[in-house]
Design a protein around this ligand. Sequence first.
Ligand code: ZN
Length: 455
Amino acid sequence: MPRRFQPLALACALIASLGLALEPLAAQSILRDAETEQLLRDMAAPLIEASELEPGHVELVLINDPSINAFVAGGQAIYVHTGLIEAAETAEEVQGVLAHELGHITAGHAVRTDERTRAATNISLLSLLLGIGAAIAGAGDAAMGVIAAGQQAAIGSFLSFNRDQEAATDLAGARYLSGAGISGRGMIRFFERLRGNEIRAGYSQADEAAYARTHPLTGDRIQVLRDLLEKDPAWDAPADAELQARFVRAKAKLFGYLAEPQRTLRTYPPSDTSVPARYARAYAYHKEARVDLALAEAEALLAAEPDNPWFLELKGQVLLESGRVREALAPLRRASELTRAHPLIAAMLGHALIATEDKANYAEAEQVLRASVQRDRYNPFAWYQLGVVYEARGDIPRARLASAEQQVMSRRYPEALQNAQAAEAYLPYGSPDWLRAQDIALEARAELERARNRR
Ligand SMILES: [Zn+2]
């Protein structure tokens, strides 16, 4: 086995321990999962349309944090905590929260023109993501430091709205629900449960209070909102059954992925053979390296829905991460096909192809990873692997460019500058990669200068 793959294997064990490409080291980090991101986008789409914001410009970001919260930052991004997904019982409840958060965006509560604040926002998003890249590079502790700093800098200054802001935002949120034809029952129910501390056991009071602290939930406020929403024709509209089914699945998947396996098995006991229960258990078993049990759940899911890309992704992931790399290729290829090469799934396929350590697979690995980062730049794990495959194929300038991409995202500017300059010197003059190397060098240089001026 070529030695250079050892750090990769280690990093994969540490980092990609589950195919939600994610960052497990720090308490708070962005959690990326293709299925959940798609669900959040679909839940928000009609609301965004009703708000008259540009659909493609509103970002939805899942934060790995057990407290019940959602917030806006950086102009047009809504951050949703995994704790909120767990606490919500219906897709309508989450949509109620999304409608409210969109109200903060359209009211301009998330926009700060102050340069420093804007910089902090970027840091938060990118450094959270780049926890992954830094950890891969063997700097786990440094990665955590970056995450903590970014998080504090950005979020501390954005949260907590006053009551006037909340009242105006409620009106906007109610309007978007109405425009989208979504009942406000979910919004009211969720707010009432939060206010009454009725969320089920397993939450600390601090976790439960997070949303209420940042969006003060007074009884008056909920009453005004209820009066408004009850009059709306959409109040009695039936819930979207398909969206609800997808929500219950994504919720179970996140639970299985995040909770202690024993807790998952108590919540979703083996006697429960429903799809969500099997989904949750597959991740619980996988976390405990009980490969056969995890695969049995994945197979049962696939027996019911052979062309479900997320079930195929699950199977591929379990195989890949338990060392059965070659067997992982078929389900991952199929998942990639079915999702028209979703960047996160393509990145996992690229990872599997490299992990075969078969040179014959490197050309395909390069192709799928390139396509992945073209569609989704903010995946340092994909950049890292692209660097590995370039290096294995002797393409050193592009390997350095990929390192520079990963480093600039993790705010490791001196290294990013060095790699970008080296790449620029050897890449074909004027080519897109050459231009990109130049851009990264410029960005890194500007950041280094800014840091010098602050001192
Ligand atoms: Zn609010």
